[in-house]
Unconditional design. Structure first.
Lengths: 428, 298, 345
């Protein structure tokens, strides 16, 4: 019976060997750079598909309708992905790997650009395919580029904002130390002082990188190599570790994602909150909000001035497998036009990529956080731009989490981060 | 001692015994009800919270009052709202269609296979059993990419068959094993005697064995249907707007603002897909099982 | 090509003659087996084909890929290039928790790499499997015994038991995440301040509780179906013979339900060993709740060939568990276990 049970395994093994010849091993992740694909169909026009994650506030559909009305022969179809970033990423990977010509233009998260570009899936936006980036905020362009070439045109941006209780804090803190000094106010009022997002997930990479960058350190140096064994990086991470230790950051913040932290702030349990611009709308309008009229906003605190926010946002990229790249390019240019940018901002509360729009009276009236956000984005550092981003973020998350929980000193955590990131790039 | 007193004695003892038995019976009933109550609480408490949340206003999502407050129907309306491209109604129909097809096909071919495995003697039986079980051993997350490429190559992406066939394969091992184990326990002598009475083997199987196996087949059907109903990973990558099932539709629910998790709408959707399913199962359980069992008496 | 794989294992030397009615009786045992074999291969073909397309093809392509290196970065162009053949290096790396070192060779994987999590993830997966399957078996058996009794409201209980399982996992995981929130209903109801997703054991318990809640109905239903197939007369006879409740359970219920029970446990074990959604959504794999399947999907995002090797290793681990089950614990659906149903009258 023993042998009989094991037979299937043996059969499978033999079949596997015999199949190797058929080359059944698709999806091997590697590519040949897409050199030939990148040169094809550059002048071709026709219907295309635009792929993006869930269209939360109905911004994309009206824009596509507008485009289609003006371009009846080059209609854009909207392919909507789910609301989960991971699933959007995996969906794009699957389709690019399968060289799917139906994914002409894709909305790409800033942290995926380098990976997709290095896989040879994105059309370089240069020469005939160039997109004008004049007037765009520098960090957003940087985040859409890989090795000095633009691969994805910035469409929307995002940066961290410090929300504070203006009824309790007369003036927003400019530096981290100043903010920690104000924690006595929180104590007097019997609330917690500061929180960001510290659960082990992408948000922790955002918060840990901000801490490191704000203290003058950096995760990767300009060559894309890890650079974490520095006193600056240690000081940055230690700021968070210390705050956890002395209770300035409440213990439950180790379970916080964006929503949990927003909720604590809205319920009046927090003096300071680091979060994205979306909180403004909800905190000022939601029925359960306790801070409707007490909401102050400022740039993130740094070492001696504004801190370095991690950059969020999305860019539009053209697939090298697209059959109608001329149309795709026109559509990308259309998306980044000022008029569409305004629509993104007013309708979808998405931060524009043009600096000038942050001073636009009409927009500021509607989105009072724009001036603060501009400071935030101008000082923003893109999250590590590297084709090995999944490995890098894993290294940051796991080690920063251990440090915040007091399982290892910040210095050791950073040195482990350094080693992990080194192994990620060392393969092959 | 007279026989009369002895008889009375015996009767008294019997009465006592009967009473003790009755008490035991009553006590057993009480225990059953207590147990049933515990089961109800354990199974329904989290579902209760889902329903309560489903009826809460979005602004009070995180309220922890244990009973309904800030009640609204908005979340259900949001779930079915098609203006932002949510096709929840369509997705519901897709899920039902996929689920029913998967259940019927996998039951039919599962019954074939189980009959062969339980009733027939043939070489390689263990090989087949191992092969079938082996299909339940590979991490599902690693199946997506090869399937994606396979279906892309043959132009099946986004089609119903691309969603149905993988689901059949996922439920088949369980179906075959369950049915085989039940078929082994069947009183097959009845089949023999039916054949003596002039039934063909097929008739004997249908008229005699199937009704006896009804509870097992019905249970297997529920298990198959629900597991296809719950499938998300494969569907999220292989379906498109028109064919996506509810699980994928729910995952694309989004808050009004980026980063906002639409818990209330998700819970409303959960409520919508769960309650009809349970009612359906209840009705079917009565109808189908009763019907099949009635057939057996004829 | 994949479809051709399917029927091979059952292919019989001869073809034709599928009519069972004329199965030659008493012609000699060998012939009979042969003819039943033909009939069996027809009955089994659809199952084998379905499994062949969807499961065997991906498994084989994964095995092939697992012997390739992951794509590496060309330092000049900054583009990824094919990794080339790797031999068994991917497997060696996983089992030895070795990661690529700068300048070639390997080093022990530092914390923060996926490679360094293999054995912890294996341990976590087994812990989850053993604990959840044990809970689910005991709870499920108990629920099935209750539901098999006759009492008012039995239909209600049967419906209620289905509820946890009928809620799609995508919703269940969000629901439990919502309830296990620090300010959520569970902490409030029990008046505790546990950081459910923020420390190791609470996080593990959160996963175990949620999984047990969700899948106990699966066990309960299968066991109930088994119970329903035991003729009531068997119990009556035992009662007349004066067997106590415990004796009836041990000597009648347990042996008669054993085939169904074993199938239920076997499949729950295989599923639990591949557990993914619940811990992924609840904890994201933090606090040592990363299971092998979570590790696989994280690795897929970093390099597919290495992920294929990990999938194959997972497959082998599960195969061994299943083998032990079938071989030593009697989860065998075709061989009669000593005390089972037949001939018991």
């Amino acid at each position: 019976m023993k042998t009989r049970f094991l037979l299937p395994a043996a059969t499978a093994g033999i079949l596997a060997l015999s199949l190797t010849a058929c080359g059944g091993g698709g999806g091997g992740g590697g590519t040949t750079g897409g050199g030939s694909d990148a040169g094809a169909n550059l002048d071709s026009r026709g219907p295309i598909t635009y792929v993006q994650g869930k269209d939360n506030s109905n911004v994309v559909r009206p824009l596509i309708e507008k485009w289609n009305a003006a371009h009846p022969d080059e209609k854009v179809t909207f392919k909507e992905q789910t609301d989960q970033a991971d699933q959007q990423h995996d969906d794009l990977v699957q389709n690019f790997q399968a060289k799917n010509a139906d994914y002409d233009v894709a909305s790409v998260d800033v942290v995926w650009t380098a990976e997709f570009a290095a896989k040879g899936w994105l059309q370089p936006l240069k020469d005939n395919m160039a997109v004008d980036t004049k007037g765009m905020l520098e960090p957003t362009v940087e985040a859409g580029s890989y090795k000095g070439t633009l691969y994805a045109a910035p469409v929307s941006s995002d940066g961290g904002i410090l929300y504070y209780r203006k009824d309790l804090v007369p003036e927003a803190p400019k530096t981290w130390d100043e903010m920690m000094g104000m924690c006595s106010i929180a104590k007097q009022n019997n609330i917690a002082c500061y929180a960001g997002q510290f659960k082990q997930y992408e948000g922790l990479t955002v918060n840990a990188s901000e801490a490191i960058n704000s203290a003058g350190g950096s995760v990767l140096n300009s060559d894309g190599k890890p650079n974490l064994n520095t006193p600056e990086a240690e000081e940055g991470l230690n700021n968070l570790v210390e705050a956890f230790k002395n209770g300035n950051i409440p213990a439950e913040a180790i379970t916080y994602q964006e929503e949990e932290s927003r909720r604590a702030f809205q319920e009046g349990k927090l003096l300071f909150l680091r979060n994205w611009p979306y909180v403004y709308n909800l905190a000022t309008t939601e029925g359960s909000s306790q801070v409707k009229d007490k909401l102050g906003m400022a740039a993130l605190p740094g070492k001696s001035g504004p801190g370095a926010s991690s950059l969020g946002g999305h860019s539009a990229a053209i697939s090298v497998y697209s059959d109608h790249k001329a149309t795709a390019l026109d559509f990308v240019k259309f998306l980044v036009e000022e008029e569409q940018q305004k629509f993104f901002a007013t309708q979808g509360s998405l931060a524009p990529v043009f600096g000038a729009l942050y001073e636009d009276q009409e927009l500021v009236a509607k989105l009072p956080y724009l001036p603060v956000l501009k400071t935030s984005i101008e000082n923003a550092v893109p999250r590590p731009v590297t084709p090995f981003y999944p490995a890098v973020t894993q290294a940051i998350q796991e080690n920063a989490y251990a440090a915040l929980k007091g399982e290892k000193p910040a210095k050791d955590a950073l040195s482990d981060m350094q080693k992990s990131i080194e192994t990620a790039g060392a393969g092959s | 001692m007279t026989t009369a007193t002895a008889g009375a004695d015996l009767r008294a003892r019997q009465d006592k015994g009967r009473q003790a038995a009755q008490n035991r019976e009553k006590w057993a009933q009480v225990r059953t009800y207590i147990s049933a109550a515990v089961i109800l609480v354990w199974c329904l408490a989290p579902a209760y919270w889902m329903v309560v949340t489903a009826f809460r206003e979005v602004g009070f999502t995180y309220d922890t009052t244990p009973w309904p407050t800030h009640v609204t129907m908005d979340n259900f309306i949001t779930a079915f709202d098609t203006s932002f491209g949510n096709k929840f109604g369509q997705a519901l129909l897709n899920s039902i269609f996929i689920g029913v097809t998967v259940t019927v096909i996998s039951l039919v071919i599962g019954v074939f296979a189980a009959y062969a495995l339980a009733r027939l003697n043939f070489r390689f039986k263990y090989l087949v059993l191992g092969f079938i079980l082996g299909a339940s051993m590979f991490p599902g997350v690693a199946l997506i990419t090869p399937l994606f490429q396979l279906f892309t190559n043959i132009g099946w992406m986004g089609t119903y068959q691309a969603l149905i066939i993988p689901n059949i394969s996922f439920v088949l091992p369980l179906t075959v094993y369950t049915l085989t184990s039940f078929f082994r326990e069947m009183p097959w002598e009845l089949e023999e005697s039916a054949r003596v009475d002039g039934c063909t083997q097929g008739q004997a199987f249908r008229r005699v064995i199937m009704p006896l196996a009804a509870p097992a087949i019905f249970t297997t059907a529920i298990l198959a249907f629900i597991s296809s109903w719950n499938e998300f990973l494969i569907a999220s990558q292989l379906s498109n707007e028109a064919t996506k099932p509810v699980t994928v539709a729910i995952a694309s629910f989004a808050g009004a603002q980026p980063n906002q998790i639409p818990y209330t709408a998700i819970m409303a959707a959960g409520t919508i897909v769960t309650i009809p399913l349970v009612i359906l199962v209840l009705v079917f359980q009565r109808k189908i099982v009763a019907g099949l069992t009635a057939g057996a008496v004829k | 090509m994949a479809t051709e794989l399917g029927p091979t294992p059952v292919k019989q030397p001869a073809s034709g003659g599928t009519d069972l009615h004329h199965a030659p009786k008493g012609v000699g045992e060998d012939n009979r087996i042969l003819s039943q074999g033909k009939w069996a291969s027809w009955l089994l073909a659809p199952t084998i084909i379905a499994l062949g397309i969807v499961i065997v093809y991906p498994i084989i392509s994964a095995i092939v890929m697992s012997f390739q290196k992951d794509a590496g970065l060309d330092p000049v162009t900054g583009l990824f290039t094919e990794g080339g053949p790797a031999g068994i290096q991917n497997y060696v790396n996983w089992l030895g928790q070795q990661c690529a070192a700068q300048g070639g060779g390997t080093v022990a994987c530092p914390p923060g790499t996926l490679g360094g999590q293999f054995w912890t993830a294996t341990g976590t997966t087994f812990l989850f499997t053993v604990v959840t399957v044990a809970f689910e078996t005991v709870l499920g058996f108990w629920m099935a015994m209750i539901m098999a009794r006759t009492f008012k409201g039995r239909g209600l209980v049967r419906a209620a038991v289905l509820v946890p399982w009928a809620i799609p996992t995508a919703v269940t995981a969000q629901l439990w995440l919502f309830m296990f929130d620090f300010n959520g209903i569970i902490n409030k109801l029990f008046n505790v301040s546990i950081l459910w997703t923020g420390s190791e054991w609470p996080a593990k318990w959160a996963v175990i509780i949620a999984d047990t809640w969700k899948t106990t109905p699966f066990m309960a239903l299968l066991i109930l179906a088994g119970l329903q197939m035991i003729p009531a007369e068997v119990y009556e006879a035992a009662k007349v013979d004066g067997a106590t409740a415990w004796q009836r359970f041990r000597l009648i219920t347990l042996p008669l339900v054993k085939p169904a029970l074993m199938v239920a446990i076997l499949f729950r074990t295989l599923d639990a060993l591949r557990m993914f959604d619940l811990p992924y959504i609840l904890t994201g794999g933090a606090n040592n709740t990363t299971t092998l399947s979570i590790l696989v999907i994280n690795q897929i995002r970093q390099g597919f060939n290495s992920a294929a090797a990990l999938s194959t290793i997972t497959f082998i681990i599960i195969f061994l568990v299943a083998f032990i089950f079938v071989r030593f614990l009697g989860a065998n659906v075709v061989e009669q276990s000593g005390a089972s149903g037949k001939g018991k009258k």
